[in-house]
Design a protein around this ligand. Structure first.
Ligand SMILES: Cc1cc2nc3c(=O)[nH]c(=O)nc-3n(C[C@H](O)[C@H](O)[C@H](O)COP(=O)(O)OP(=O)(O)OC[C@H]3O[C@@H](n4cnc5c(N)ncnc54)[C@H](O)[C@@H]3O)c2cc1C
Length: 450
């Protein structure tokens, strides 16, 4: 479709003020913000899963969250909200017991319960099992709106679109060249293990690819789950690195940093990214690193080494070989080549950010057919405004907001994490109100003149 044409039709389908794609924490926080402001705007969210869940593929026993629990869906925006994590604990009758748990952060499964609980209050706004498959701008009853078609064939209309589908899993080469259930991204971890369990045997050998928090959690989980299995973590970097948790660096997750980052030019942003990288990526918390190290050391003492780390290893080829997978590796420093045969490989290789780089994507895939309606930066990435809207090329394009996808314009606090979720929801609620009020005024003026 060109930037100026839109399909025209007349239907009785409702046109929502806000049509949201995805009902993960990002759009849930927005729904809460709208309710707490008693917003008159109508909203409908489409969620692909049968029920809203927070990262269900990685709800590993013993794993904890990586954000202060009060950096939840609401507290920074409204500390008196009933939808806070603390109120969730209170309503579950678990507050005091929870405060007595000797851990730095809550268990991830408890936080997932919090998200499920909060989402439950908004079920009247969400259509589940509705994976958005197509987005277009159409002219409906004389109004330009977004039309979203789902995998079930349903069609929804919105005066604005809020994209909150989470970030796209990054599957690098050569892993992207094989189509086998034995090579999978961490977002598929638990469902894929359940499928493979159907084979009725413990794996002999498995590989974890990557050096992130999730990679370390996966290595630990696999070593507990399959105590006789060889578990090897392969990283491109020399070894596993401690996350930068300096309180000074953590200020990168403050709204002031978001403003500072947003105003910086691309060179400035790149420099800031370089500094902040270690606070979130290619690194892990001390507790899991210590646990992995002690596990490996104890196995060495016992003469039964089953958990291994291979640093400076980069896969050069991946092949399906019967009911196994073969991985060719290059040792990046010595130049040695080796081949490993595993039952399966889990990719802890991260997610795509928006941008032109090889690890990035210019826009969320669902948006590709309408991306030409919006302005881009000189390097091809979409130009995002401070209020998380895209800049339309032509007048009359309805507003499109990105929720949780804007690390490349708004910095590390927007890296799909909880850190600034509640404050971003406030910005979005404000901007949606402003844009929709302006559009309604324009429509009334047109009707009055007709
Ligand atoms: C294993 C793991 C652990 C993490 N732990 C933490 C942590 O401890 N602390 C932290 O701050 N961050 C953490 N994160 C980062 C995480 O991205 C955020 O916590 C949070 O999930 C971001 O919320 P979101 O709504 O933007 O995206 P998501 O949580 O990914 O939610 C997006 C939703 O959109 C739905 N969806 C996707 N595509 C479509 C479609 N086409 N149509 C309809 N629905 C769709 C999905 O089903 C999903 O429900 C973790 C991430 C992972 C992968």
């Amino acid at each position: 479709m060109s930037a100026t044409t839109a399909t025209t039709s007349t239907t009785a389908a409702p046109v929502y003020d806000i049509l949201g794609i995805g009902f993960g924490p990002a759009n849930l926080a927005l729904a809460i913000a709208l309710e707490e402001r008693e917003s008159p705007l109508t909203a409908r969210f489409l969620e692909a899963r049968p029920t809203p869940e927070w990262q269900p593929g990685m709800l590993l026993d013993g794993s904890d969250i990586q954000n202060h629990p009060s950096r939840d869906l609401v507290t920074l925006r409204n500390p008196r909200s009933r939808y806070s994590f603390l109120n969730y604990l209170h309503e579950q009758g678990r507050l005091l017991r929870h405060l007595n748990v000797p851990g730095e952060f809550p268990l991830r499964k408890e936080y997932a319960g919090y998200i499920r609980w909060a989402a439950g209050f908004f079920s009247h706004l969400v259509d589940c099992s509705q994976r958005a498959a197509g987005v277009e701008v159409v002219e409906e009853n004389g109004e330009r709106v977004y039309a979203v078609t789902t995998m079930t064939g349903s069609r929804y209309l919105g005066r604005t679109l809020v994209m909150g589908p989470g970030r796209t899993p990054y599957v690098p080469a050569p892993y992207d060249s094989v189509r086998t259930p034995r090579v999978f991204h961490l977002t598929q971890y638990l469902p894929r293990l359940a499928e493979l369990a159907g084979e009725g045997r413990e794996p002999e050998s498995v590989a974890v690819i990557g050096g992130s928090q999730s990679a370390v959690e996966l290595a630990l989980d696999l070593s507990r789950r399959f105590p006789r299995t060889k578990v090897t973590t392969y990283t491109r970097s020399h070894s596993l690195r401690l996350k930068d948790t300096s309180p000074f660096s953590e200020e990168g997750y403050f709204p002031e940093f978001t403003d500072y980052y947003f105003r910086a030019d691309r060179a400035g942003k790149n420099a800031l990214d370089g500094y902040m990288h270690g606070t979130n990526y290619s690194s892990a918390d001390g507790d899991v690193l210590r646990e992995l190290y002690v596990t490996m050391y104890e196995q060495e003492l016992d003469g039964e080494q089953r958990v291994f780390l291979r640093g400076s290893h980069e896969a050069t080829a991946v092949r399906e070989a019967g009911d196994r997978v073969e991985l060719d590796f290059l040792e990046r420093i010595t130049g040695e080549h080796s081949t490993e045969s595993v039952d399966f490989a889990v990719l802890a290789t991260g997610f795509r950010n928006m941008g032109p780089g090889p690890h990035e994507e210019l826009c969320p895939p669902l948006m590709a057919p309408i991306a030409n309606l919006f302005a881009t930066e000189p390097d091809g990435r979409l130009r995002v405004c401070a209020d998380y809207t895209l800049t339309a090329v032509a007048d009359g394009t309805p507003p499109l907001f990105l929720n949780g996808l804007c690390e490349s314009s708004h910095g590390i606090g927007d890296a799909g994490s909880f850190s600034l979720l509640s404050l971003r929801a406030a910005s979005l609620a404000d901007a949606l109100t402003v844009r929709l009020t302006a559009a309604a005024t324009d429509r009334s003026a047109v009707l009055a003149a007709a």
